[in-house]
Every structure is written in structure tokens, then in C-alpha cells.
Design a protein around this ligand. Sequence first.
Ligand SMILES: Cc1cc2nc3c(=O)[nH]c(=O)nc-3n(C[C@H](O)[C@H](O)[C@H](O)COP(=O)(O)OP(=O)(O)OC[C@H]3O[C@@H](n4cnc5c(N)ncnc54)[C@H](O)[C@@H]3O)c2cc1C
Ligand SMILES: *[C@@H]1O[C@H](CO)[C@@H](O)[C@H](O)[C@H]1NC(C)=O
Ligand SMILES: *[C@@H]1O[C@H](CO)[C@@H](O)[C@H](O)[C@H]1NC(C)=O
Ligand SMILES: *[C@@H]1O[C@H](CO)[C@@H](O)[C@H](O)[C@H]1NC(C)=O
Ligand SMILES: *[C@@H]1O[C@H](CO)[C@@H](O)[C@H](O)[C@H]1NC(C)=O
Length: 505
Amino acid sequence: MRHVHFAVLLGFAVFTSALPSRFTRQNDDSSPKNAKVLILGGGVTGVIAARTLHEKGIDDFLIVEARDQLGGRMQNYTIGVPGKQYTVEVGPNWIQGTQTGNGTANPILTLARKHDVKNQYNDLDGSITTYDYNGFNDYRDLLNTSIDQFTQTGVVAGERVKTQQVDLSLQSAYGIIGATPKNLYESACQYYEVDWSPDQTSWIASAWNTNFTFDTDMGGFSDENNLCIDQRGFKTIIQAEAAEFIQPQQVSLNSVVASIEYSEDGATVTLTDGTTLTSDYVLCTFSLGVLQYGDVAFKPALPSWKMEAIQSMVMGTYTKIFLQFEEKFWFDTEMAVYADKERGRYPIWQNLDHVNFFPGSGLVFVTVTGDFSLRIEAMEDSDVQAEVMEVLRAMYPTTTVPDPVAFHFKRWHADPLFRGSYSNWPPSFLPGHSENLKATVDQRLWFAGEATSLKYFGFLHGAYYEGLHAGEEIAKCIAGGGCAGMQHEDYVVDAEPYPFVSITP
Ligand SMILES: Cc1cc2nc3c(=O)[nH]c(=O)nc-3n(C[C@H](O)[C@H](O)[C@H](O)COP(=O)(O)OP(=O)(O)OC[C@H]3O[C@@H](n4cnc5c(N)ncnc54)[C@H](O)[C@@H]3O)c2cc1C
Ligand SMILES: *[C@@H]1O[C@H](CO)[C@@H](O)[C@H](O)[C@H]1NC(C)=O
Ligand SMILES: *[C@@H]1O[C@H](CO)[C@@H](O)[C@H](O)[C@H]1NC(C)=O
Ligand SMILES: *[C@@H]1O[C@H](CO)[C@@H](O)[C@H](O)[C@H]1NC(C)=O
Ligand SMILES: *[C@@H]1O[C@H](CO)[C@@H](O)[C@H](O)[C@H]1NC(C)=O
């Protein structure tokens, strides 16, 4: 068998040289396979699944990860001129929903507390300045209206669930409650409530997703968001957690999976360098985007119910564009909204040079999503920077706005290890599809990730709970000497199309 090179980042130290450079597991009779469980992907889901197996006494697992470190989408970047450098988060930066009193804490908050990862309340709705293409323009009253309208769509979604009406898109919901944006200001305010989770959003699932995280009456943590400002990076929560239980030989970094062969007897995973790894069970935690793109080959091809589940959920893209200036010339609030004639053109701004975050840093960032993200991913950095500067200069018509001293954004959609930023539930995606997305194939091939979470899809805590659940189920399966795995439905059934229409030529 070919060699697997280990380089494990445990906590904050890379001690590659101290580790065995070869995959040395013996192929003896009692354990003829490389591992009982291969965990594909070392993001939050993979690491928490591994921790769960470990807690259940199963240490015969191997995490296979393409990158040189654990953390997955939790990725930071060091930006800034010499002497003024800061760690910023190109992936997730918020703990969304924290804790109310002694209620259930978001498990991501619990990890941050445990590993002393610094985070700070971010006042998204209260600390905000509003602009248009002629400069400052106070339309915060419209923002308040927009918050109320979004809440109302959630309440009416609850009514639809009770009366068993079909799902519709969130855009339809705005029309039904009479809240269709009528000008660019209302449009920008609606964007601030809705487009952070991109287009093609289900009305009901979006209400659930919001309620289960932010509404304590529905089991949510709290309605607050905390911004991670730890200079070691937000990923520290998961790397420090991994360092507590993972042994070097349980992780294979820089290992890109090319194919997954599975049968009722087990699985064989082949890496791009030709290495093969065998196991009784394989847990695939790759992003929905990776599965949709077919970057990894499944042998045999995945059954049609699984393909339908994968292709019927949406992988959205969310892009954070960071800029550093010699000094701050912008708003003093934490957030700002910019209303352009074109909806979605550099609309949401976050002030990192704020007393609560990185005062004196000269840092600000702007977020775009969806098609606009794909558009700028195809452009040169310098062209994106020129557009962003045009917007900033429009926001500050009487200020001489200099060029930035540093500029950076990550192209999440183009990255073959992610193919987007996080999943989004469209109106045509049904709970049965969600069940099928995480269902086991041939008892041996298991799936988990933020996208398989019915309640918290998209979020870090969604990934956390899915890793926990998959770990528990696989552990039960191993303890029982095998199992059928998580069940699927062969056909996801909903309304019959055109049942009463007789088509006559
Ligand atoms: C820009 C952005 C902003 C976000 N903001 C927030 C936020 O503020 N709050 C929040 O709660 N969530 C946020 N999220 C979502 C959050 O990051 C995800 O829900 C979570 O990180 C998903 O974890 P995961 O383990 O399911 O998947 P991943 O982190 O994607 O883990 C899968 C792993 O598989 C690896 N992999 C892929 N292909 C291969 C291959 N062929 N071979 C080997 N390994 C492979 C990848 O490298 C990766 O490490 C954001 C995401 C992005 C991108
Ligand atoms: C992430 O942050 C760490 C700690 O500050 C730093 O060492 C590392 O270089 C950063 N990563 C990137 C890609 O900038
Ligand atoms: C939380 O629990 C602690 C200890 O059990 C108690 O002292 C405290 O009053 C509780 N706080 C709230 C807000 O309920
Ligand atoms: C918006 O709502 C907040 C909180 O209810 C309130 O404090 C603020 O005054 C409102 N702003 C405007 C402009 O109506
Ligand atoms: C969301 O929460 C609101 C307020 O608690 C509730 O009225 C509504 O029914 C909930 N919506 C759904 C879809 O559960």
C-alpha cells in the first residue's frame, strides 16, 4: 500500500517532523482494514463526529482532510501593512444565537468559552448607518419596518405549517403579506434581512431556521450574534478541541479524496496520489457544493434518491471583501447599509475599526452574496477593488477617499474543496429530501455536514450537531455489530402536479 503523509496541526503547533512519515498500520487478521471508520473532511462536522466516536470508546478512526489543517470553512487571513496586521475571518465569523440566562447554549459558544476564544456582541440591528449613492441618507425607519416584515413572514409561515399549506418562496411571502420592496431603499433593507441567506429561499424553512436558532420559545439559543475577534482565528475552537483527543495517527492531512468505493462489506477510499484506504464505515462530510459538482467519484454511482437530495438543495455563496486604509474615515456604528440602484451591489458594510473590535486597525469589510458573488469571483482583484472604491466614494462624496493599503477576498465558489459558502433550502426541497441527504447508502456510506441539518442548515452549530448525531449513530451501529443505518425514502412525495387537468390536444 502507498504512503500517507501525516502533518497534524494540534492546537497551535505543527510538529510534522516528529510524526511518522508513513502510514504504518499493520494489516493483521484481526483488523484487516486501515480503520473501522474513515471520516472524510476535517471541518466542524468531521472533528465532532471523531470526538463522539472517541467518547463512545471507538478510537479506530482516521480523519482524511485535503487541507494542511483542521477547521474546514473556518479560515482566517492575516491582512495589513507591516506593523498593522490583523487576523480576519474569511469564512464564518459569528456565533449565531448565544445563550439566554441558563438556557441551552449554542455549542459553538461553549467551545469558544472552553478554549478562551475571544468573541464580542455585534449589534446588527441597533448600531447601523444608512447610505445611498449620493452619500449619507437616514432611512433607518425603513430598516425597522423591514425587520418587522421579516418577523411577520415567519409568523405567517407558522400558520401555513399548522394548516398544511404548501411551501412557497420567501419572495412570494413578501408579496402575500404586502411587503414587496417598492424602491431601492426598501430593497436594500429587505436585502439586509433576507439575502444574507441567498436567493431561492423557502418561506417555511427560512422561518424554522431563524426560529430554531434565535427564538427561545422554539428552543433557540438567543437572538444575539457574537463576532469572533480572536487573533489566533475562530478555527481555534475546533483545532484546540481536536488537540484534546486526537492522536497524530488519527489524522491524514494534505490528503485529497478522488473516489469512494462502497458496498455492504465496507468502503475503499482512493486519494488523488493513488493511496487507498479501507474501512468498515465511511462518513462523508464534504460540503453540499463538492457533492453537487461531482468532484469526488462514487463507485457505484449514488442511487437516484441520493442524487435528487443532493441536487435539490442549493449551495449559496457569500463573500466578504476586506479593506485596510491608513486611517478610518467611515461610519462609527458597527454596521452600515448602502442602497445602490442595482440591488445587491456592495450593500452591507462592517466596521472592524470599532472600539469593540479592532480599534485603530483601519479595517472595514463589505459583503456580497449569490450571483453578485459569482460575478466578482470571475473578476481580477484590481477590478473588484475599483468597483468597491467607486461605492465608497459615492458614500462619502465630500471626503477625499484614498486607495486602500490592503485588499483581500476569498473565492468560495471557485474553491474545489467547498464550491460555495453554505447550503440554503429552496421551496422545492422537502423534509424527505433532507432525510435522504443524510441517509446511509448500503449500510456503510454515511453523510453529515451543515447541509444535512434539518433545523440549523447553514450554521456552524448545524455542522456541530450533525457531527454529533452521525458519531452517535455510527457508534451504535458498531456496538450492535452492524445496522441498516439512517433510512431513506425511495420517492419523496408531495402534491400531485396538475391532478385535475385533463390535457386534450
Ligand atoms: C464566508 C462564510 C461565512 C459564514 N458565516 C457563518 C457564520 O458567521 N456563522 C455560522 O454559524 N456559520 C457560518 N458559515 C457556515 C459555516 O462555516 C459552516 O456551516 C461550517 O463551517 C460547515 O462545516 P462542515 O464540517 O459541515 O463542512 P466543511 O467545513 O466544509 O468541512 C468539510 C471538509 O472537507 C474537506 N474536503 C472537501 N473535499 C475534499 C476532498 N476531495 N478530499 C479531502 N477533503 C476534502 C474540506 O477541506 C473541509 O475541510 C459561513 C461560511 C462561509 C463560507
Ligand atoms: C491565520 O491566523 C494565524 C494566527 O494569527 C496565522 O498564523 C495564519 O498565518 C493565518 N492564516 C492565513 C492564511 O493568513
Ligand atoms: C443560573 O444558574 C446559577 C447556578 O445554578 C444561578 O446561581 C443563577 O442565578 C442562574 N441564573 C439565571 C439567570 O437563571
Ligand atoms: C428602530 O427600532 C429601534 C428598536 O425598537 C428603536 O430604538 C429606534 O428608535 C427605531 N429607529 C427608527 C428610526 O425608527
Ligand atoms: C416562528 O416564530 C414565531 C414567533 O415565535 C411563530 O409565531 C411562528 O409560528 C414560527 N414559525 C414557524 C414556521 O415555526
